[in-house]
Write a protein that binds this ligand. Sequence first.
Ligand SMILES: NC(=O)C1=CN([C@@H]2O[C@H](COP(=O)(O)OP(=O)(O)OC[C@H]3O[C@@H](n4cnc5c(N)ncnc54)[C@H](OP(=O)(O)O)[C@@H]3O)[C@@H](O)[C@H]2O)C=CC1
Ligand SMILES: CC(=O)N[C@@H](CCC(=O)OP(=O)(O)O)C(=O)O
Length: 349
Amino acid sequence: MGSKLKTAIIGSTGYGGVELIRLLASHPLAEVTSVISSSSAGSPIAEGYPHLTEIRTDLLDDVDPALIKSKADVVFIATPSGIASKLTPSMLEAGLKVIDLSGDHRLKSPEVYETWYKKTPASQNTLDLAVYGLAEIYGDAVRDQTLISNPGCYSTATLLGLIPAVKAGYIDPATIIIDAKSGVSGAGRGVNLGSHYSEVNENFSAYKLNKHQHNPEIEQVLSAEAGYPVVTTFSTHLVPMTRGIMSTMYATVKDGRSTDEFIAFYRSFYEGRPFVRIRQEGTWPSTKEVWGSNYCDIGFAVDERTGRVTIVSVIDNLVKGAAGQAIQNLNLMMGWDETLGLQFVPVYP
Ligand SMILES: NC(=O)C1=CN([C@@H]2O[C@H](COP(=O)(O)OP(=O)(O)OC[C@H]3O[C@@H](n4cnc5c(N)ncnc54)[C@H](OP(=O)(O)O)[C@@H]3O)[C@@H](O)[C@H]2O)C=CC1
Ligand SMILES: CC(=O)N[C@@H](CCC(=O)OP(=O)(O)O)C(=O)O
């Protein structure tokens, strides 16, 4: 225990924070030495999460940069958007490395952030410092950095499914349509009408159409990869399940590429990246097949009749979409094997 890297979690009483606690409990080189709460400091975390009884007996700490620095070297910030932007400068000043799970440091333009999140943006200086941690694509840039911005859950599933095809010119980026669905834990632990059992159970609803805050994040990355501005239609839906995201993407195929060519190209693109698994022709992934794991599974179907490809990408929103990728980024930041503490077989059925 003594020689492990010490980490702290702000927002430890939320779903993302509690998932970090679960995953880091079996990390070989890192441990959680401080769990932090803005509303319940002084209480044991197991009071709100009895599944942590006898696993974490320590009391929740205050959000105090000096206290956190006295206990840890890296801090995960798993708070609602609009809060990490306020906390990060004081954490960096205290000498902590920061991994932000919220949306506050993903968009490079403060104006774009303000438009989509309707909140006060982080300063341009802090945004310039932040490295976007889509681990399979930008992992090399994460090493030795002090501020990592963990991608959005929908963005992770979507971008891992689209980037290779956009980069290599397999599809026309102007034709991309993204149809995405999430389980309810994506909305966090806070109670609101939209995540109420009676509203969600036996229901399937669209929300935030053309207004979702992950749309500019997806466009920012695809534009950089394409080399020119890309805009996408991005539709989000709530599914009556606890965990899981499925992003189904449609685009016009270039140069008559076949399903087999997509599969072979994506396999070579993600070679050596163990968390992306490409399905064989005729099988498409489902959310249960990645449940509780850090995998992103991707499948393809080119329709010669329409000239379009359908790309299906699934993740567990709380693992690859949040805490798992944050730990993958911690591993990359520290120069460790990216799979440390993340080698879970999905829970099935
Ligand atoms: N849920 C998911 O699947 C994903 C979530 N994310 C992002 O990760 C972040 C956390 O999400 P999630 O865990 O689901 O959210 P939750 O709502 O479950 O938890 C957020 C936590 O933030 C803490 N918090 C609230 N206000 C403050 C504050 N002013 N200062 C410090 N802490 C505060 C709260 O704890 P307390 O009151 O104890 O301080 C709360 O438990 C969000 O930005 C979310 O968008 C990203 C990808 C996926
Ligand atoms: C089901 C559900 O409500 N999901 C959330 C996921 C977003 C999220 O996690 O917030 P960030 O923007 O900080 O990544 C949503 O659609 O807003």
